[in-house]
Design a protein around this ligand. Structure first.
Ligand code: C2E
Ligand code: MG
Ligand code: MG
Ligand code: MG
Length: 277
């Protein structure tokens, strides 16, 4: 029956719609395949202090698709989040990062590095989350004081007490928390003080416009002051120019991440940056 169907009047014979649907289904089955056949890789982007010394890295997921080449997370994380796969892939990410931390802990020049790992709100809210994380910690024996978990403000929109309880349980193990993309979400100053956070990460959209836009400069400046008064560390992400870094330094922000200091690269490349070859 090539006629519109159901109360939404959807017609399933529109060729462009059908193509989009097939592409979506294909991508989803490719993602399952990626998980089964290890097409994931973690890249690491340097985080530096005001001397330019690398103090840590952020782990960023890459997908080596057999036909399409490298696919960026913006294109597939939302798909992973639309089904249960985010829990398995997120566990793989954490485990790989923790093994990396444990390996670096053996090396005198790398043993102080921190690794920040992005955690999807859906993954964090899952009732198996803490059990999965404990499994990863037991298997990897990573130094947990050097692990930071990056969460976003959307995590605290609903079930805030549950999120807070889980954070407290992980803090008791030494793990630290960073609030990613700060300023882009449902910021409520009231909850910030109640959460066991360690760091605010100023979103790159503000940082990149800091010299061009008065409004963005004001947002960045008050975030730095807020972090200071709540006793939180602050890091700026998306720093691309020396002028942006100079502005940040002049406004008392001493930690940076961005293309100015290095793009996301392999763990081996991070080691070469720090120890040389
Ligand atoms: P994010 O956590 O805010 O990560 C920062 C993103 O900004 C990264 O993009 C990084 O490559 C990019 N970036 C860093 N410095 C600069 C800069 O100076 N200029 C510009 N234009 N961009 C910069 P990427 O790797 O494509 O990741 C995008 C987002 O995907 C991440 O944003 C994060 O939300 C998500 N993501 C990445 N890996 C994971 C993961 O393992 N798990 C989860 N749940 N999400 C992830
Ligand atoms: Mg992040
Ligand atoms: Mg971010
Ligand atoms: Mg972002």
């Amino acid at each position: 029956q090539a006629k519109s169907n159901g109360r939404h009047g959807l017609c399933f014979f529109d060729p462009s719609m059908q193509a989009a649907l097939l592409a979506h289904v294909k991508l989803e089955s490719d993602l399952r395949q990626a998980q089964a056949s290890q097409q994931w890789q973690l890249y690491y982007q340097p985080q530096v202090d005001h001397y330019g010394t690398i103090t840590g890295v952020e782990a960023l997921l890459r997908w080596h698709h057999p036909e399409r080449g490298m696919v960026s997370p913006g294109d597939f994380i939302p798909l992973l989040e639309s089904n249960e796969l985010i829990n398995d892939v997120g566990e793989w990410v954490l485990e790989d990062a923790c093994y990396q931390l444990a390996r670096w802990a053996q090396h005198p020049r790398l043993s102080q590095l921190t690794i920040s790992v992005n955690i999807s709100p859906l993954q964090f809210r899952d009732e198996q989350f803490l059990a999965r994380v404990e499994g990863v910690f037991a298997r990897t024996q990573a130094p947990l004081q050097q692990l930071k978990l990056e969460v976003t403000e959307s995590l605290f929109v609903e079930a805030r007490d549950d999120a807070r309880d889980k954070m407290l349980a992980l803090k008791a193990r030494g793990v630290r928390f960073s609030l990613d993309d700060f300023g882009t979400g449902y910021s409520s100053l009231a909850y910030l003080a109640q959460l066991p956070l360690d760091q605010l990460k100023i979103d790159q959209s503000f940082v990149q416009q800091v010299l061009e836009s008065q409004a963005n400069a004001a947002i960045v400046e008050s975030t730095i002051v807020l972090a200071e008064s709540l006793n939180l560390e602050v890091i700026a992400e998306g720093v691309e120019t020396k002028a942006q870094q100079a502005w940040l330094l002049a406004h008392d922000c001493h930690a940076y991440q961005g293309y100015l200091f290095g793009r996301p690269v392999t763990a081996a490349a991070i080691e070469r940056l720090i120890i040389g070859d």
